[in-house]
Write a protein that binds this ligand. Structure first.
Ligand code: PCA
Length: 232
Protein backbone atom coordinates (compact mmCIF):
# COMPACT_ATOMS: atom_id res chain seq x y z
CA UNK A 1 0.00 0.00 0.00
CA UNK A 2 1.26 3.44 -0.93
CA UNK A 3 1.50 5.94 1.92
CA UNK A 4 -1.72 7.98 1.91
CA UNK A 5 -1.60 11.42 0.34
CA UNK A 6 -4.40 13.21 2.13
CA UNK A 7 -6.03 16.03 0.18
CA UNK A 8 -8.03 18.35 2.39
CA UNK A 9 -10.87 19.97 0.42
CA UNK A 10 -13.21 22.43 2.07
CA UNK A 11 -16.57 23.84 0.94
CA UNK A 12 -18.78 26.52 2.48
CA UNK A 13 -22.30 26.43 3.89
CA UNK A 14 -24.95 28.66 2.25
CA UNK A 15 -24.79 32.38 3.10
CA UNK A 16 -26.52 35.66 2.34
CA UNK A 17 -29.98 34.10 2.54
CA UNK A 18 -29.35 31.41 -0.10
CA UNK A 19 -30.52 27.86 0.61
CA UNK A 20 -27.54 26.13 -0.94
CA UNK A 21 -23.91 26.69 -1.83
CA UNK A 22 -22.69 24.95 -5.02
CA UNK A 23 -19.25 24.45 -3.46
CA UNK A 24 -20.92 21.77 -1.27
CA UNK A 25 -22.34 20.03 -4.36
CA UNK A 26 -18.88 20.04 -5.95
CA UNK A 27 -17.33 18.59 -2.79
CA UNK A 28 -20.03 15.89 -2.57
CA UNK A 29 -19.39 14.89 -6.18
CA UNK A 30 -15.62 14.82 -5.66
CA UNK A 31 -16.09 12.58 -2.62
CA UNK A 32 -18.32 10.21 -4.62
CA UNK A 33 -15.77 10.05 -7.44
CA UNK A 34 -12.98 9.42 -4.92
CA UNK A 35 -14.98 6.56 -3.34
CA UNK A 36 -15.35 5.01 -6.81
CA UNK A 37 -11.64 5.52 -7.55
CA UNK A 38 -12.60 7.73 -10.49
CA UNK A 39 -10.44 10.81 -9.88
CA UNK A 40 -7.70 11.87 -12.28
CA UNK A 41 -5.67 12.58 -9.14
CA UNK A 42 -6.05 8.91 -8.10
CA UNK A 43 -5.05 7.66 -11.55
CA UNK A 44 -1.92 9.84 -11.55
CA UNK A 45 -0.82 9.52 -7.92
CA UNK A 46 -0.79 6.61 -5.52
CA UNK A 47 -2.62 6.68 -2.19
CA UNK A 48 -4.79 9.80 -2.77
CA UNK A 49 -7.40 10.12 0.00
CA UNK A 50 -9.88 13.02 0.16
CA UNK A 51 -10.68 14.69 3.47
CA UNK A 52 -13.91 16.70 2.94
CA UNK A 53 -14.69 19.57 5.29
CA UNK A 54 -17.68 21.91 5.24
CA UNK A 55 -17.09 25.28 6.87
CA UNK A 56 -19.39 27.96 8.29
CA UNK A 57 -19.42 31.32 6.49
CA UNK A 58 -17.97 33.12 9.52
CA UNK A 59 -14.94 35.39 9.68
CA UNK A 60 -12.27 33.82 11.84
CA UNK A 61 -14.14 30.61 12.68
CA UNK A 62 -13.85 29.12 9.16
CA UNK A 63 -10.08 29.65 9.25
CA UNK A 64 -9.76 28.21 12.78
CA UNK A 65 -11.62 25.05 11.75
CA UNK A 66 -9.48 24.69 8.63
CA UNK A 67 -6.17 25.14 10.45
CA UNK A 68 -7.35 22.64 13.10
CA UNK A 69 -8.08 20.13 10.30
CA UNK A 70 -4.62 20.78 8.84
CA UNK A 71 -3.17 19.90 12.28
CA UNK A 72 -5.35 16.79 12.61
CA UNK A 73 -4.75 15.33 9.15
CA UNK A 74 -1.32 16.60 8.00
CA UNK A 75 -2.60 16.83 4.41
CA UNK A 76 -0.35 16.74 1.35
CA UNK A 77 -2.28 19.72 0.03
CA UNK A 78 -5.26 21.94 0.74
CA UNK A 79 -7.91 23.23 -1.69
CA UNK A 80 -10.72 25.47 -0.45
CA UNK A 81 -13.89 25.94 -2.49
CA UNK A 82 -16.46 28.72 -2.42
CA UNK A 83 -19.16 30.41 -4.44
CA UNK A 84 -18.53 33.54 -6.52
CA UNK A 85 -22.00 34.53 -7.68
CA UNK A 86 -22.15 36.39 -10.99
CA UNK A 87 -18.96 34.85 -12.41
CA UNK A 88 -18.72 32.67 -15.52
CA UNK A 89 -15.56 30.63 -15.00
CA UNK A 90 -13.79 28.46 -12.49
CA UNK A 91 -11.47 30.96 -10.79
CA UNK A 92 -8.11 29.85 -9.46
CA UNK A 93 -7.21 32.38 -6.78
CA UNK A 94 -3.57 33.53 -6.85
CA UNK A 95 -3.59 35.76 -3.73
CA UNK A 96 -5.04 35.98 -0.27
CA UNK A 97 -5.11 39.59 0.98
CA UNK A 98 -4.88 40.73 4.58
CA UNK A 99 -8.24 42.49 4.53
CA UNK A 100 -11.71 41.97 5.94
CA UNK A 101 -14.21 44.28 4.28
CA UNK A 102 -17.69 42.75 4.26
CA UNK A 103 -20.57 44.13 2.18
CA UNK A 104 -23.01 41.79 3.98
CA UNK A 105 -22.85 40.27 7.47
CA UNK A 106 -21.45 36.76 7.77
CA UNK A 107 -23.61 33.90 9.11
CA UNK A 108 -22.83 34.92 12.70
CA UNK A 109 -23.79 38.57 12.07
CA UNK A 110 -20.24 39.97 11.91
CA UNK A 111 -19.56 42.65 9.30
CA UNK A 112 -15.97 43.86 9.62
CA UNK A 113 -14.83 46.80 7.51
CA UNK A 114 -11.23 47.65 6.61
CA UNK A 115 -9.83 45.29 9.24
CA UNK A 116 -6.83 42.96 8.85
CA UNK A 117 -7.17 39.17 8.85
CA UNK A 118 -3.90 38.91 10.82
CA UNK A 119 -2.58 42.07 12.55
CA UNK A 120 1.03 40.87 12.19
CA UNK A 121 0.72 39.47 8.67
CA UNK A 122 1.97 40.73 5.28
CA UNK A 123 -0.44 42.58 2.99
CA UNK A 124 -0.90 39.53 0.78
CA UNK A 125 0.24 35.94 0.40
CA UNK A 126 0.54 33.88 -2.77
CA UNK A 127 -1.32 30.62 -3.30
CA UNK A 128 1.09 27.71 -3.58
CA UNK A 129 -0.71 25.21 -5.83
CA UNK A 130 0.42 24.80 -9.47
CA UNK A 131 -2.27 27.13 -10.75
CA UNK A 132 -0.87 27.78 -14.24
CA UNK A 133 -0.24 24.10 -14.93
CA UNK A 134 -3.76 23.36 -13.68
CA UNK A 135 -5.21 26.19 -15.78
CA UNK A 136 -3.76 24.55 -18.92
CA UNK A 137 -5.20 21.12 -18.01
CA UNK A 138 -8.63 22.51 -17.12
CA UNK A 139 -8.82 24.66 -20.28
CA UNK A 140 -7.73 21.67 -22.41
CA UNK A 141 -10.66 19.73 -20.90
CA UNK A 142 -12.99 22.40 -22.33
CA UNK A 143 -13.91 23.86 -18.93
CA UNK A 144 -14.11 27.68 -18.62
CA UNK A 145 -11.31 28.69 -16.23
CA UNK A 146 -9.34 31.80 -15.32
CA UNK A 147 -6.63 32.89 -12.94
CA UNK A 148 -7.85 35.50 -10.48
CA UNK A 149 -5.86 38.07 -8.50
CA UNK A 150 -8.43 38.55 -5.79
CA UNK A 151 -10.72 36.28 -3.83
CA UNK A 152 -12.53 39.43 -2.65
CA UNK A 153 -12.56 40.69 0.93
CA UNK A 154 -15.26 38.46 2.43
CA UNK A 155 -15.05 35.05 4.14
CA UNK A 156 -13.48 33.17 1.20
CA UNK A 157 -10.50 35.53 1.15
CA UNK A 158 -10.38 35.35 4.96
CA UNK A 159 -10.07 31.57 4.72
CA UNK A 160 -7.44 31.63 1.98
CA UNK A 161 -5.30 34.24 3.74
CA UNK A 162 -5.62 32.42 7.08
CA UNK A 163 -4.60 29.09 5.53
CA UNK A 164 -1.58 30.58 3.73
CA UNK A 165 -0.51 32.58 6.80
CA UNK A 166 -0.83 29.55 9.10
CA UNK A 167 1.11 27.30 6.71
CA UNK A 168 3.94 29.83 6.21
CA UNK A 169 4.21 30.88 9.85
CA UNK A 170 4.28 27.23 11.01
CA UNK A 171 6.80 26.45 8.24
CA UNK A 172 4.62 23.64 6.95
CA UNK A 173 5.33 22.35 3.44
CA UNK A 174 1.69 22.17 2.42
CA UNK A 175 0.61 23.74 -0.89
CA UNK A 176 -2.77 25.50 -0.66
CA UNK A 177 -5.12 27.59 -2.72
CA UNK A 178 -8.74 28.59 -3.25
CA UNK A 179 -11.15 27.88 -6.11
CA UNK A 180 -14.18 30.09 -6.70
CA UNK A 181 -17.11 28.44 -8.46
CA UNK A 182 -19.91 30.23 -10.37
CA UNK A 183 -23.46 29.87 -9.10
CA UNK A 184 -24.44 26.49 -10.57
CA UNK A 185 -27.69 24.55 -10.25
CA UNK A 186 -27.47 21.70 -7.75
CA UNK A 187 -26.97 18.02 -8.43
CA UNK A 188 -30.43 17.27 -7.04
CA UNK A 189 -32.04 19.52 -9.64
CA UNK A 190 -30.43 17.85 -12.64
CA UNK A 191 -27.78 15.37 -13.59
CA UNK A 192 -24.35 16.57 -12.48
CA UNK A 193 -23.01 16.60 -16.02
CA UNK A 194 -25.77 18.61 -17.65
CA UNK A 195 -25.59 22.32 -18.24
CA UNK A 196 -28.69 24.21 -17.41
CA UNK A 197 -29.63 26.99 -19.82
CA UNK A 198 -27.60 30.09 -19.05
CA UNK A 199 -25.19 28.22 -16.79
CA UNK A 200 -21.54 28.49 -17.89
CA UNK A 201 -20.63 24.97 -16.75
CA UNK A 202 -21.96 21.97 -14.84
CA UNK A 203 -21.26 20.82 -11.29
CA UNK A 204 -19.56 17.80 -12.89
CA UNK A 205 -17.17 20.06 -14.83
CA UNK A 206 -16.45 22.11 -11.71
CA UNK A 207 -15.57 18.88 -9.85
CA UNK A 208 -13.33 17.82 -12.74
CA UNK A 209 -11.57 21.20 -12.62
CA UNK A 210 -10.81 20.77 -8.91
CA UNK A 211 -9.68 17.18 -9.52
CA UNK A 212 -7.28 18.35 -12.26
CA UNK A 213 -5.94 21.09 -9.97
CA UNK A 214 -5.22 18.45 -7.33
CA UNK A 215 -3.66 16.07 -9.89
CA UNK A 216 -1.35 18.82 -11.18
CA UNK A 217 -0.47 20.13 -7.74
CA UNK A 218 0.55 16.73 -6.34
CA UNK A 219 3.44 16.85 -8.82
CA UNK A 220 6.16 18.36 -6.67
CA UNK A 221 7.65 20.62 -9.30
CA UNK A 222 7.45 24.35 -9.90
CA UNK A 223 4.46 25.82 -11.66
CA UNK A 224 4.33 26.25 -15.45
CA UNK A 225 5.76 29.60 -16.59
CA UNK A 226 2.91 30.34 -19.00
CA UNK A 227 2.35 34.09 -19.55
CA UNK A 228 -1.17 34.33 -18.16
CA UNK A 229 -0.91 37.69 -16.41
CA UNK A 230 -3.50 40.38 -16.95
CA UNK A 231 -3.01 43.82 -18.53
CA UNK A 232 -5.75 45.47 -16.50
N1 PCA B 1 -18.43 32.55 -1.02
C1 PCA B 1 -18.17 33.71 -0.19
C2 PCA B 1 -18.10 33.20 1.23
C3 PCA B 1 -18.59 31.80 1.19
C4 PCA B 1 -18.69 31.46 -0.24
O1 PCA B 1 -19.01 30.35 -0.69
C5 PCA B 1 -16.92 34.47 -0.63
O2 PCA B 1 -16.57 34.43 -1.83
O3 PCA B 1 -16.30 35.14 0.20
Amino acid sequence: MAAPQRVLISAFEPFGGADRNPSQDVLTLLTQRADQGELHAQAEHRGVVLIPLTLPVEFGRAGKLLTAAIGDHSPALVVCLGLAAGTETIRLERLGVNLRDARIPDNAGAQPTDAPVAADGPAALFSTLRLKAAHARIAAAGIPVSLSLSAGSYVCNDLLYTALHHISSQRLQIPASFVHIPDLPGVDQQSADQHSPGSPLSIGQAATAVDLLVAESLHNTGDAATPLGTLH
